[in-house]
Design a protein. Structure first.
Length: 162
């Protein structure tokens, strides 16, 4: 198995971002970490100092998603949230959802398909984000998204020690 776990991020076409990352844990565990609120709150935090006091995840078609983050050290100005809906779920293999960030104004819908494929003893996760236009994608890529995502994924990996 490839033990390389660092995330890779590439663009496709004008509107897509494709993120891949290998995890040592099995697909069932990584899937659960993307759908169960008590797990999401432990890892989906981005850079150090952030917490997720509100986490709603209803993993069923039409189910709601709402994540609220805050950084107490930076005061009230450091709060933002995301809302979304699950569209399709194939337990332990695939999640399709739509989400929008509020920074504080809502971003356009980001349609996301995440696949969890067995890779030896672990998981290869492939996340494909489809944004409405090239400008939205460029704005998203300018936000240090890659660094925050990898910091979150390092936390996720630590939830399931090998």
């Amino acid at each position: 198995m490839n033990t390389m776990t660092k995330m890779t991020l590439k663009t496709e076409g004008d509107t897509q971002i494709v993120v891949t990352r290998r995890f040592k844990a099995k697909p069932e565990a990584i899937y659960r970490a993307h759908t169960e609120p008590e797990l999401i709150q432990k890892w989906l935090l981005g850079p150090e100092g952030w917490t997720m006091p509100v986490c709603i995840s209803e993993p069923r078609p039409g189910g709601r998603i709402r994540y609220e983050w805050e950084n107490a050290a930076k005061g009230k100005a450091s709060r933002f949230h995301l809302t979304g809906e699950y569209l399709e779920l194939e337990p332990f293999h695939r999640i399709v959802h739509v989400e929008r960030m509020f920074l504080p104004d809502p971003t356009p819908d980001n349609h996301i398909e995440t696949l969890f494929d067995r890779d030896g003893d672990g998981t290869l996760m492939t996340m494909r984000m489809r944004l409405p236009d090239a400008a939205t994608r460029a704005q998203m890529l300018s936000t240090n998204m890659e660094q925050g995502m990898e910091m979150s994924y390092v936390r996720l990996e630590s939830l399931f020690p090998a």
